[in-house]
Design a protein around this ligand. Structure first.
Ligand code: ADP
Ligand code: MG
Length: 221
């Protein structure tokens, strides 16, 4: 495996400042992929996924001054609550539940070390799974998020080097996103298309891969 020989012990601290930088990086990345995200949702959805994501990013950035005064878990909770009422579509409540669950786990267990941050991320993904009543292999954002969460938890438990961790996460996100192209959807709007959805990447999987890659790039910079 890519990472087993990379060993390191490290402690990082998620600061609200980092959350705001990540929000800005995600915003730029979503804007840079407008036509791709839009055309994917036009092909197998209703064409609004890019607009929904852009609105979500703009909302978070508009809260920047307020969020800067909060501790990280409180900022994540506030973001989740706000997204619940602003993004809309199927993805709105799902992404909102991600932030709310992440906030809860970060508040209870801390977000000081990489394993703790990975645990908070995994709790967020689990909340999406519960809320959407979906799982891996249903041609949704979870095809990216579940493998990334698993990799994040497993590799941070092993204490791998940050570079190796980021490379493995990027790779899982890309692989999960591409895997949605060859399967039918059993959740979301694309489920009604049956075989006609085959050949198209899921828009939510694509936007999650874009967001995860953007955060990895930010950390690596
Ligand atoms: P809508 O489908 O209401 O138009 P969006 O276009 O914003 O909302 O989001 C569509 C994306 O939401 C899909 O591409 C898929 O990744 C994700 N999605 C839809 N339903 C579910 C679900 N039940 N569980 C997880 N993700 C889902
Ligand atoms: Mg849509």
């Amino acid at each position: 495996m890519l990472v087993t020989t990379c060993l390191a012990k490290y402690t990082v601290r998620v600061k609200t400042e980092f959350i705001l930088s990540a929000a800005s990086a995600v915003h730029h990345a979503i804007l840079a992929h407008e036509s791709e995200i839009e055309s994917l949702d036009r092909a197998i959805g209703d064409g609004d996924h890019y607009i929904n994501m852009k609105r979500g990013c703009a909302t978070v950035l508009s809260m920047r001054d307020e969020l800067a005064t909060f501790a990280p878990d409180a900022a994540l909770q506030r973001i989740g609550m706000k997204l619940l009422s602003t993004i809309g579509g199927a993805s709105g409540p799902l992404l909102a539940s991600f932030f709310i669950a992440m906030a809860k786990t970060a508040g209870e267990k801390g977000a000081e070390t990489l394993p703790q941050i990975a645990a908070a991320f995994a709790a967020g993904v689990e909340a999406i799974r519960m809320r959407g009543k979906a799982d891996i292999g249903e041609k949704t954002m979870l095809d990216v998020l579940i493998p990334v969460a698993r990799t994040f938890v497993e590799l941070t438990a092993q204490g791998v080097e940050p570079d190796c961790l980021l490379a493995a996460i990027r790779q899982q996100a890309e692989q999960g996103m591409l895997a949605t192209r060859d399967i039918i959807a059993t959740k979301g709007r694309a489920a009604s298309l049956g075989e006609r959805a085959i050949g198209h990447i899921d828009p939510g999987a694509k936007s999650c891969q874009i967001m995860i890659t953007a955060v990895c790039d930010l950390i690596a910079a």
